[in-house]
Design a protein around this ligand. Structure first.
Ligand SMILES: Cc1ncc(COP(=O)(O)O)c(C=O)c1O
Length: 403
């Protein structure tokens, strides 16, 4: 018991236990904090759908029809028809045969990654015997989301990490691997850097080394591609080696996660994945709201257009300032500050000016890579973006004077 107190004190003394600001409403993209209105440049509610009247109406409909929660798992009485309808819609969007819904995106990665490599083990229960010994390895980009890391850890398979986006490094690791089952895992859009995985090249490597590619399209779904179909639409890719994972909690403004795959892998996951079958499902109202979100994105293309117009406007305006933008390919445009204390100071300065931008630091990014992770939103006005750029400009002058 004492050790817990000692560790907490030790971390507190080093400033590692930070206070998280409390908010009184959710960003869309304005929100209330400390009794005042702020503009969020940190929200994943990219298209402002979380508060869209059609979403709310559909969720209320779900609440009236089904109640607040399902209270059942998919395998035991909770297999509602509306989940199948949503799974079919998600599979069609990703050009896959089938999709499986999960209660959150985090759980999707934990469940799917830990189950994929247990297929053999599970089939043995039914008497299946494979020829020779099976061994599995995940090849994972070093900057992948923590839920991927945890999913791989739970799987018990080998975890082979490759340098961020370094295809040569990945190939050298694939070449020397003796695993009989190989799965390359990558974020589609990297959540802290905002860059995009080179999916076509990853699939070429997968083909060469008989691997599969599992892409976590949490930040791409609803955002990338001409109609928001995600990273597969962005690159114009359909490939049987590809497993697409996504969350429903970002551009779709709700909660939940999914994987979309070919039929045989979907069937195996339904059998082996305990996080799919042995836990309560996402609430029915959320499934209906997500289905509505997909329709809204189709019916109101201006949301997607505004998001990208705002992204381009911010990037263009920042070009004149002495900052390095970590990436400019997606609505996540992190402004590199380096010194973590300086990043925190700037975040507070922005908050004083009524804007919320997350200061991201170790362990979310490497030491000395402190940054302000700006996330553009369809609902931002030009005036709000101008105000953000003005604070960055004023801060850069202060930093130059101090240097
Ligand atoms: C890349 C990535 N994958 C998975 C998740 C988890 O998704 P959820 O918040 O829906 O559980 C996140 C959340 O931020 C993410 O950024």
């Amino acid at each position: 018991m004492k050790e817990f107190y000692d560790i907490t004190r030790w971390l507190e003394e080093r400033g590692a236990v930070h206070s998280i600001p409390r908010v009184e409403s959710l960003p869309s993209p304005t929100f209330r904090m400390g009794g005042e209105e702020h503009v969020s440049f940190s929200t994943n509610n990219y298209l402002g759908l979380a508060t869209h009247p059609r979403m709310i109406e559909r969720a209320c409909d779900g609440l009236r029809r089904y109640g607040v929660g399902n209270c059942e798992s998919r395998l035991l009485g909770g297999d509602l028809d509306i989940y199948h309808a949503l799974e079919n819609k998600l599979a069609a969007m990703k050009d896959k045969d089938s999709a499986l819904l999960f209660a959150t995106g985090y759980l999707t990665n934990l469940g799917a990654l830990s189950a994929l490599v247990k297929v053999n083990q599970c089939a043995r229960v039914y008497g299946y015997r494979s020829k020779g010994r099976q061994s599995y390895a995940y090849f994972t980009d070093e900057l992948n989301h923590v839920s991927i890391r945890e999913g791989i850890r739970l799987s018990g398979a080998d975890r082979i990490s490759y340098r961020h986006l370094d295809l040569d490094h990945l190939e050298s690791l694939l070449k020397t691997s003796t695993a009989t089952g190989r799965i390359i895992v990558t974020d589609g859009v990297f959540s802290q850097d905002g860059d995009i995985a080179p999916l076509p090249e990853l699939l070429t490597l997968a083909d060469r080394y008989d691997a599969m590619v599992y892409v976590d399209d949490a930040h791409g779904t609803g955002v990338l591609g001409a109609t928001g179909g995600g990273i597969t639409e962005y690159f114009g890719i359909t490939d049987p080696r590809l497993i697409c994972m996504g969350t429903l909690s970002k551009a779709y403004g709700a909660i939940g996660g999914f994987v979309a795959t070919d039929q045989s892998i979907a069937d195996l996951l339904r059998l082996t994945c305990t996080a799919y079958g042995f836990t309560s499902t996402l609430p029915p109202d959320q499934a209906l709201a997500v289905s509505e979100a997909i329709d809204i994105i189709r019916d109101e293309p201006e949301r997607h257009r505004n998001l990208w117009d705002n992204q381009r406007y911010f990037v263009e305006r920042m070009q004149d300032l002495p900052y390095t933008l970590v990436s400019t390919l997606t609505p996540i445009v992190p402004v590199l500050i380096g010194d973590e204390a300086e990043a925190d100071r700037l975040s507070l300065q922005l908050r004083d000016a009524g804007m919320h931008v997350d200061s991201v630091k170790f362990p979310a990014v490497a030491r000395g890579q402190g940054r302000l992770r700006v996330i553009l939103n369809a609902g931002h006005t030009r005036a709000q973006i101008d105000r953000l750029v003005d604070v960055f400009r004023a801060a850069s002058m202060g930093m130059q004077q101090a240097a």
